[in-house]
Design a protein around this ligand. Structure first.
Ligand code: ADP
Ligand code: MG
Length: 281
């Protein structure tokens, strides 16, 4: 049989595998566990063989470096200012997760000329081409920066706890996404639950209200119970899934990661970073 040119097949495969899916982790309220959940999900997904990029997009209290035990604050704004290359600021963390601190890098791109911006966006595009999933850890509150990272993502993971104030803030975030006609998938994690039953009740309350008043489906990402193991791991600067591999919280996080990796992206595959930058300027 004659050898046929495989170019067409390669193109087709690269279109279907294509760019990484982007998952933005957000909450409304601070201190509900976003950074820990983002970091530990990233490690679980990387352990399952995916190429994962974890981006710290928290401008204020970013502490991903503490949880992942990374000792450098070099970030995307140093790339924008020309002091570093993108490769310089990528830290390879546990299980091969590639960690990047965003700093004010995306906003700083406003100061670049058209050509400089294009060059950086091309580099970021390539990062997305090479990864399977990009996980973004955002700060608290509904700032325009947080919203841009949410709107440009395939999937927004909203974190709440059973506390009424956290629930109100999570709902407020979902409401803003609905008002912006966000067309990706929204899932809810209930963290620091005292029991799975309490977590599920919390999920159902928010999902029901979102459906009723916003006609917005909110998917169930899972419940994570409150545990001293997490606080101890944070103190030791070891992500809990590595510090306590056989604990219940690790099973919950691994199950959540497995569920998330099955729901793949829905957005057209224009580069994620391009979409964020377009939302900004
Ligand atoms: N499941 C949990 N059980 C016990 N404590 C938790 C849990 N999740 C988060 N915490 C506590 O909350 C703190 C803040 O978590 P973090 O991930 O930094 O939240 P955020 O990024 O939303 O501000 C952690 O340092 C830990 O003490
Ligand atoms: Mg945080």
């Amino acid at each position: 049989m004659e050898h046929r040119d495989t170019k067409h097949l390669e193109d087709m495969m690269s279109q279907t595998s294509g760019k990484a899916d982007v998952l933005t982790v957000t909450s409304g309220k601070g201190g509900v566990g976003k950074t820990n959940i983002a970091a530990n999900l990233a490690i679980c997904l990387a352990a399952s063989g995916k190429k994962v990029v974890l981006l710290d997009a928290d401008l204020g209290l970013g502490n991903l470096d503490l949880i992942m035990n990374i000792n450098s604050r070099a970030n995307l704004s140093h790339v924008v200012s020309g002091q570093k290359t993108l490769q310089d600021i990528i830290h390879v963390g546990p299980a091969g997760v590639e960690v990047i601190c965003g700093g004010s890098g995306i906003e700083d791109m406003a100061n670049l000329n058209k050509f400089q911006r294009k060059r950086l966006l091309d580099e970021l595009d390539k990062l997305q081409d090479d990864a399977d999933i990009i996980i973004i850890d955002t700060g608290a509150g509904i700032s325009s920066s947080v919203l841009s990272f949410c709107q440009a993502a395939d999937h927004v993971l909203v974190i709440t706890t059973p506390e009424p104030s956290a629930m109100t803030d999570a709902y407020a975030m979902i409401k803003v996404l609905a008002s912006k006609r966000y067309d990706g998938r929204v899932s809810l994690v209930v963290n620091m639950a005292n029991s799975v039953a309490e977590g599920k009740r919390t999920y159902r309350q928010i999902a029901d209200v979102a459906m009723r008043f916003l006609s917005m489906p909110v998917y169930e990402a899972g419940v994570i119970c409150r545990t001293d193991k997490l606080t101890a791991a944070v103190r030791k600067r070891i992500p809990v899934v590595l510090a306590h591999p056989r604990s219940r919280i690790t099973s919950s996080l691994a199950a959540m990661a497995a569920r998330l990796s099955r729901s793949s992206g829905v957005k057209d595959k224009e580069g994620f970073f391009r979409r964020v930058v377009n939302l900004f300027f």
